[in-house]
Design a protein around this ligand. Structure first.
Ligand SMILES: [Fe+2]
Ligand SMILES: [Fe+2]
Length: 270
């Protein structure tokens, strides 16, 4: 079961330049904390994704898919590095993130103890989440990126474009090597629970660490309440794409993000 229309995968250097980053880098402190929570999970998560595809790469006979795997690995390696730099900078600007890194390390050790099939199914589920989120960021930049500096926007834009470009890769590898629908669905259920709860917990921790500016200032409180509505709206809007994943015939390319991708690519310098 090979892919339908898929994208060209281009490995680009990021335009993001590590520099001083404020703890609050979007207009709403809650959105800053939410994006930081996402970013925190990327370096370890993306290295895990690469490993799970590499584990079974020798069982993939399709030539195009082999090329796409190389593109996928190149892109994810760059993302992990860039977000590591970003996380380091945020950490320096008064957040405390180390304990989350530890928690992620523990989770990665647990995942690496699973069978190769389950590990790759976890990657497939998480890649679906990242592609959905990436599409949402490109579609609603005003909701996600209000007040973000050009430099920071570059980081998220670049990452979003590449996530959409390679969204089919782990899926196609899984189909070619394992083709197990029950496992794909099971893993999506557990990953959904894990991904949403860890993002909510991490965001809440950051909000609490920063309660003086997040909760105790009336103007910020109102902005954050709006952000909360925006994030809830995001979950509702993404629900159909999320549910599509459970169909037996699902393929990531059936979610059409071509227009968003072409517009966003124009903003990137390769
Ligand atoms: Fe990535
Ligand atoms: Fe990815």
């Amino acid at each position: 079961m090979m892919s339908k229309q898929v994208n060209t995968i281009t490995v680009r250097q990021t335009q993001f330049k590590p520099e001083n980053i404020n703890a609050h880098y979007t207009e709403s402190t809650l959105m800053s904390h939410f994006l930081t929570a996402l970013s925190m999970s990327f370096p370890q998560g993306e290295r895990f994704f690469v490993e799970t595809v590499r584990n079974v790469r020798d069982q993939v006979s399709d030539e195009q898919l082999q090329k796409d795997i190389s593109g996928f690995i190149g892109q994810e390696a760059h993302h992990a590095r860039a977000h590591e730099q970003f996380n380091q900078l945020v950490q320096n600007s008064e957040y405390h993130l180390k304990k989350f890194e530890k928690a992620y390390e523990q989770e990665m050790i647990r995942l690496r103890g699973l069978s190769q099939r389950r590990q790759l199914a976890a990657t497939v589920a998480l890649e679906h989440f990242t592609a959905m989120m990436a599409g949402y960021m490109l579609k609603y930049p005003d909701v996600m990126f209000k007040g973000l500096s050009e430099n920071m926007k570059n980081l998220w834009l670049w990452h979003a474009v590449e996530e959409i470009e390679h969204k089919h890769v782990a899926f196609d590898v899984y189909q070619q090597v394992f083709d197990n629908l029950a496992q794909r669905r099971r893993s999506m259920r557990t990953i959904t629970l894990g991904f949403i709860s860890s993002t909510v917990i991490m965001t809440s921790h950051l909000v609490w660490q920063d309660r003086k500016s997040t909760l105790y200032q009336p103007r910020q409180f109102i902005k954050n309440a709006k952000t909360l509505v925006g994030l809830t709206q995001m979950m509702w809007r993404l629900l159909p794409d999320y549910l599509a994943f459970y169909k037996a015939s699902f393929h990531p390319s059936e979610i059409d993000q071509q227009d968003l991708l072409s517009k966003a690519r124009e903003l990137l310098v390769n």
